[in-house]
Ligand binder design. Structure first.
Ligand SMILES: [Fe+2]
Length: 385
């Protein structure tokens, strides 16, 4: 099907039924899938309809009349062969059963279920998904465990990373190109004499998501511990989706406000002034959680209607109290060689204050795009078939 993914199915096609407009496939598990002639014709992947090398669509449905299904049958190779007619024009399209099955609602929802977030709270302590550095870098299985953990739990710890500057970028590039920001391709989290961000002080950092002031904040954050001998400075994490779902149950009005009322976030220093306004909780069209955007030191002076001021502060205060509740918090002391990665659109991170005179603390951080994580997973799937 001009698809680099080898789409296989163990299910058999038991019957093919059609009229001029619709095709119905009956599968051996009792599932029936219907395809409209317009959609089927548009998704023909023959070399006339897709570029034979680039595999991109070249067929322009708008230049053709409405296609009618003239006949549909299974050929000797198990392909579904559909003959279309549009006025005087005819076309034959062939589809593998694996590709057809992959388009069905039952398979689509099974794939969505596989990647559905498994929400967590403090109970994850002691069960944090972990992968060894060598497995991750050298074995497809190690990379897959890391990717699945990021998708499911939104957090994973890589252990035994050689304590060398630059290893952070090697780890990131195993998945894809690094997503740069105004802090560069990567940044060193050390306390600085003239800090331009709270991260570069020994202050405690309340739970937050990074770069909330960007229209699209980075998806995956990687934080590598090179040195950590200070007193204090433990890392803290919380599953923002868990907190948001509990808020939705306990106080639907607060959830509604936080998912509709924009909050302005801003970062500015000598070299930039980057701001955006967006709700704290973003949901998709089905109401499923899409993104948490929460960062107190980047929160700007957000204008809001007077009637919203009190409920908005009440709702934000409720989230703060939940985030400070130990039942949601994972406390983790990062050891040198630990590299923690988490979904910055879901998992909030922070740290306890530390005594900068008691030792050294040096972390390095960078970001990855979710698209590259998903792509790496599909490439692993392709290799496995
Ligand atoms: Fe941060």
């Amino acid at each position: 099907m001009a698809d680099l993914a080898r789409l296989e199915t163990t299910h058999e096609l038991e019957a093919v039924e059609y009229d001029t407009e619709r095709l119905t496939l009956r599968w051996d598990d009792g599932h029936a899938s219907r395809f409209h002639s317009l959609w089927l014709r548009d998704n023909c992947a023959c070399p006339r309809c897709r570029h034979p090398q680039a595999l991109e669509r070249t067929f322009m449905f708008v230049d053709h009349g409405p296609p009618a299904i003239a006949s549909a049958l299974r050929d000797a190779n198990g392909m579904l062969e559909v003959h279309f007619r549009a006025g005087a024009e005819t076309h034959v399209s062939r589809y593998t059963k694996g590709w057809l099955r992959a388009q069905t609602e039952v398979e689509r929802s099974a794939r969505a279920q596989q990647s559905a977030p498994a929400l967590w709270d403090a109970g994850i302590t002691g069960h944090l998904p972990r992968v060894d550095y060598t497995d991750y870098m050298e074995a497809a299985g190690g990379l897959r465990v890391w990717i699945e953990a990021v998708k499911r739990h939104g957090i994973v710890l890589l252990s035994n990373v050689p304590r060398e500057a630059g290893k952070l970028l090697d780890v990131a590039r195993r998945v894809g190109p690094v997503r740069a920001s105004n802090f560069g391709e990567y940044y060193d989290v050390v306390s600085k004499p003239r800090p331009n961000a709270s991260a570069y002080t020994p202050m405690g950092l309340e739970l937050h998501t990074d770069l909330a002031n960007w229209r699209s904040p980075p998806d995956i954050q990687l934080l590598f511990c090179l040195r950590n001998s200070v007193v204090g400075g433990e890392s803290v994490f919380a599953d923002g989706f868990r907190v948001a779902e509990d808020l939705r149950d306990a106080d639907p009005e607060a959830f509604r406000l936080l998912s509709t009322q924009p909050v302005e976030y801003r970062f500015h220093d000598d070299s930039c002034d980057i701001r955006t306004a967006a709700p704290v909780i973003e949901t998709d069209r089905q109401g499923r959680l899409h993104r948490i955007r929460f960062n107190n030191w980047l929160r700007g002076a957000t204008p809001m209607p007077e009637r919203v001021v009190v409920p908005m502060y009440q709702a934000l205060g409720k989230v703060w109290r939940m985030l400070r509740d130990p039942k949601y918090r994972l406390n983790l002391r990062l050891e040198p060689g630990d590299l923690i990665s988490y979904d910055n659109n879901r998992v909030l991170h922070g740290r306890m204050p530390f005594d900068e005179t008691s030792g050294e603390r040096h972390l390095q951080g960078c970001y990855l795009n979710q698209e590259d994580v998903d792509s790496a997973r599909r490439l692993l799937d392709r290799m496995a078939t």
